[in-house]
Design a binder for this molecule. Structure first.
Ligand SMILES: CC(C)(COP(=O)(O)OP(=O)(O)OC[C@H]1O[C@@H](n2cnc3c(N)ncnc32)[C@H](O)[C@@H]1OP(=O)(O)O)[C@@H](O)C(=O)NCCC(=O)NCCS
Length: 178
């Protein structure tokens, strides 16, 4: 699948379960025992889609469709428009990216980059000054992706959870609209 056949669009309600399952599966691999109750938050796509924008990547050429002809989400991301219950670190003028995930079978083809870019474009269109996110030390592929897209590591904005897991902050400044 070439990245050019990708479509990035809002998740549909009939895809919530699939995206929730995918997100839990991939995060369980990478977070191990730190996953805990967070699995249920990750699974509940409907909850975050009600307050944020949840985007999915699907194959535009139909090659990833299931037996019923429905496009299967290859990955997803949550665009949090600003501070609030869904944000970890966003300040007033920032949007935050959360729960980025790509099916392991579709990784390494630009899906993750396309999802992040779509959110950055939304933030720019909304007049945000920047975009931020938190990641964890084991998410090394994601770190390379953020570096490549121009995000900057912001250790002064890191947080540590009660179970000891370090949330590492990255941010991207957006051009001031003229
Ligand atoms: C992080 C993650 C979303 C990246 O998704 P992805 O679709 O594989 O991302 P991309 O394809 O854009 O980039 C991954 C690699 O493929 C390479 N790539 C992208 N398009 C390519 C292409 N057409 N041909 C060859 N390589 C390509 C990239 O250069 C990158 O290489 P690198 O890892 O050596 O730097 C995915 O690994 C994932 O789900 N990880 C687990 C969850 C996670 O860590 N989420 C982040 C939360 S903060």
């Amino acid at each position: 699948m070439a990245a050019s056949s990708l479509i990035i669009r809002p998740v549909r309600p009939d895809e919530h379960a699939q995206l929730g399952d995918l997100t839990v599966r991939v995060y369980a691999d990478i977070l191990g025992h730190h996953l805990g109750d967070y699995a249920e938050v990750l699974r509940d796509v409907a909850a975050r889609a009600g307050a944020c924008e949840v985007l999915v990547a699907v194959d535009g050429d139909g090659s990833g469709d299931d037996a019923d002809g429905r496009a299967r989400p290859l990955g997803g991301i949550t665009y949090v428009p600003g501070p609030g219950p869904w944000a970890e670190v966003a300040t007033r003028h920032e949007a935050e990216l959360r729960m980025l995930v790509v099916d392991p079978a579709a990784q390494g083809r630009g899906v993750g980059a396309a999802l992040v870019r779509a959110c950055v474009e939304r933030a720019a269109a909304a007049g945000k000054a920047g975009v931020c996110l938190v990641t964890t030390p084991s998410m090394v592929s994601a770190h390379r992706l953020y570096d490549r897209l121009g995000f900057v590591r912001r250790p002064e904005r890191d947080r540590r959870l009660d179970d000891g897991l370090l949330l590492e902050c990255y941010s991207l400044a957006l051009p001031v609209p003229s």
